[in-house]
Design a protein around this ligand. Sequence first.
Ligand SMILES: *[C@@H]1O[C@H](CO)[C@@H](O)[C@H](O)[C@H]1NC(C)=O
Ligand SMILES: *[C@@H]1O[C@H](CO)[C@@H](O)[C@H](O)[C@H]1NC(C)=O
Length: 509
Amino acid sequence: MTSSRHPLLHHHSHHSHHPSSSRNGTKQILLIATFCFALLIVVGTQCYAAMGRTDLLTQNPHSAAFVTKDDYISDSVVEYRKEGSDEGQPQNSPEEPGLDYNGTPLHVVFSTSCSEQMHWESYTFFYHAFKVRQPGTVTRIASGCTDKEAEFALQFHRESIQTMSDRFRLHLTPDFSKQRLTDKSNYKYMNKPFGLRSWLENVLQMNSTDSRRPRGVEDGVVILMDPDMVLLRPLVHDFSKEDVIWVEDNPATTMVKHGFPMAQQDGYLGNQWMYINGTFITGDPTITKPKDKFGPLYWNTGPPYLATVKDMYDISVLWTDYAPRVDHINPGLFAEMQGFIWATYKLNLPHTLIKSIVVSTTKAHHREGWAYIDNLPDSEVCVPSPAMKLPIGLHYCKRYGLGPDFFFSKYRLKKNYLNCEKNLLQPPPKDIHTKYDYFISPPPPHGKPPKELEKKSFTQKQAKREGFMLCGLIHAVNEAATYYKKHNCDDKIANFNKVYTIRNDPGKY
Ligand SMILES: *[C@@H]1O[C@H](CO)[C@@H](O)[C@H](O)[C@H]1NC(C)=O
Ligand SMILES: *[C@@H]1O[C@H](CO)[C@@H](O)[C@H](O)[C@H]1NC(C)=O
């Protein structure tokens, strides 16, 4: 009797019933495409410091497999049904096409590695895309998998993800983390531009001029997201009827079209990208920086990024050229994002920016969609009713905590959290944000008691935001894991007990 059909998910489990499935290789954690929005650099540094603690994949790039057979949806035209017959219960609806409400092909993509953490993050991403009935295709781009990891990722995808929707895809690519000008060490974020380009060329055939490319492909829309995002409602390319907070009073467009990309306004990169050598980045001796005031209006972008396939391909070609150049003269964690901005600037593709596609940093002042959360009545913070105005998604690149017991960090959730026999997370009390105005960090994962646990006080406003994120994220991953267990685990073994907190069980497995 096995407790799961997915051997990898059992790799580090002490309770594995599947000893023969043990995989070699310690799991290295490659965190691709993880960006936080923070007003203060110090806040951003905290996020990246957490990333820096992780190891990098060092796999032979030639061992990775390409999945090229990922047919583009162009001929299945079925009207997208926004209202389902079942009340909020997701169901497999293979007939739903990769089109949005207007008939535009939509392609949601996100870039990952093959590490265990990326498996539960990806599963959670796909589950919520399924639950909210995200239109279009949703593709995980997984870079740098070993042969065995690729085999597992394909199996996991086929058995546990594609069974939710056949619009859910996996694209495997080689490791691009060494795509640097001279530095020979890994820069994991390079997988994002190169992975995107690989997908655009191999799946959408964007570098092919002949008839191999289905007609109209370039008129579709790409929505580039991150794996650590949870959709609360569908993200589409037409915001004219959406509740969003625009950066400008009169945005140039409310819909993505050729020449009019859109994005989340970045919270903390600010105008720094303007002050590096644009001639070196672009090779254009005449290029000048824009006026400072235009940075936050048109250029200072962060994920999600939305552009037509044609524009996104043009961006990806320059982005893969510029990101290594930015990295060369301005190495650091923002090089890949600054490369994206320089590509859009060189192409003269100003973005229409939205503050409220996602929320991530509870300390933001005038950034992100926090105004919505600040306005929630106390009774609606933990589990907001559908009538409440909310951002479109959550971006959990930070850590969230409130009171002595509740804490959420993607780095601290058990790597094998999806395993059938693992406990689910304990949900916070619904009034958690009025109960506590402080946070105590959980003990470290290695079991040794720390000298002193960090304690932080919160303003009432921040406590409310922490409560919103904690409740939202704990429910989001619990719901995904519950669905996973119902569909992939033996009834006798599937564990639905909601008792796990990172405080009471701090181990990584
Ligand atoms: C398109 O890109 C793919 C992947 O990068 C490559 O294998 C192929 O040769 C390219 N095709 C053309 C026509 O350039
Ligand atoms: C910027 O880069 C160009 C091209 O590499 C170089 O010629 C120029 O001297 C650089 N400018 C500065 C201020 O470093």
